[in-house]
Design a protein around this ligand. Sequence first.
Ligand code: AMP
Length: 496
Amino acid sequence: MDIPLFARAREFGDKTAIIATEGIFTYQYLLHASNQVATYILDDVNDLQQQRVAFLIPPGFEYVATQWGVWRAGGIAVPLCVSHPLRELEYVIADSGATIIIAQENFETILRPVAQSKDIRFILTTEMFDARVDNLPVVSTDRPAMILYTSGTTSKPKGVVTTHQNIQAQIKSLVSAWEWTSEDQILHVLPLHHIHGIINVLSCALWAGARCEMLDLFDAQVVWTRIIESELSLFMAVPTIYTKLITTWEAAESDLQHVMSNACAKLRLMVSGSAALPIQVLEKWKSISSQMLLERYGMTEIGMALSNPLHEQRLPGYVGKPLPGAKVRLVDEQFNLVEPGTPGEIQVSGSSVFLMYWGKPEATQKAFRDSWFCTGDIAVVENGSYRILGRSSVDIIKTGGYKVSALEIESVLLIHVDIQECAVVGVADPEWGQRVCAALVLIEGASLTLLALRSWAKDILAVYKIPTRILILDQLPRNAMGKVTKPEVAQLFTCE
Ligand code: AMP
């Protein structure tokens, strides 16, 4: 039996699957191209038998055909990040034990020498598409399909292995909750080495028989143009992207703003996730687009677990309830279930949860309690809806015995008219245990002193939550996904 994603694609036949700078491609053509890729990489072997195939290809048709080709050949897909420096690429290639590297020609000069030095087979995408087409192996859905690298807070990134079954469960949960259909059209603006872009956008679209319009890189101006010109029904992004879209909207002439807002209002759903959505961003976005963003919570290891509802009221600051198929619980430090209203660690089980960390049996074992994956995120359930308080490691700050949420403080600081972005961290302090410290990016031309900030904040925040140190930065340190890297922020304070 074929993997269901491909069996479904066969049924969608001549419907458009991918719209990219390279052209417009049907499901039928995508299947054909992925068969060519599979045939080429198999190279007369019957089945790759879980060999890892690392590929570095910008978002577009070649990426999708390659991902599907690796799966159809019985391999494990290891997508590399186009913006990573060589050191990080080498780490992923070595850690995953890739036996094949596929690169789009722009990356040949970087990756061919890596392949040569490690005696790994190197393939350029251009070589694969005029290959003959052979019969392909039957791949059972319990086989590993993909390794995505995710940053740990303390150690090197770990490879999260998901099976075809895991991926299918992750897709089906979202397709059902957000009512994807073959009538949908989504604009893809996210990186394709991360779960958000790979599963929530690309794979859900292709499972549903929808059209996925792919931008090779994010550009706020281009996104707005596509929102105006394409017949989009869906859009999904991280909060930083919404912030950039807001800035671009604000810089536009009022006539154009009107056109932008009207176009946006026509979409049936806009989703935010992968990081906390500040309420100010949610409200600003609503005022310019008439769209109440749907915030959801998930993780590379578990797929998506919590979501605000599609039809009922969405609560600002909350990430909703468990998605179909996801079992979610909150536990205290002794792993006892907590009462509603009491913060606890989020644990998740279900068929969406990953198989293992690649080559790290101890880390895998440590991450689970029975069959529950321990996310390290702290949340509280209020009126049946989950609110994320932060990660147990960095975003929960213990100061003077009080447990405070960095995210909560950040959302308050963002109300300040002079603050454009901020990151709050706990910095070790002999007197307080940890001090609340805030790295701030101010709007152009503004200035702010600690004294002025503290005086402003005292009416909004409990005194122990108000930052006792601030640093004004030009930009916050971020990883390739655009997420603020809190350990680096904390280090800036310790280096001061
Ligand atoms: P990743 O595996 O890169 O997707 O990161 C997952 C982590 O992102 C989670 O463990 C959370 O810490 C964070 N995260 C994801 N969604 C949200 C959200 N809606 N609000 C706050 N944090 C989130």
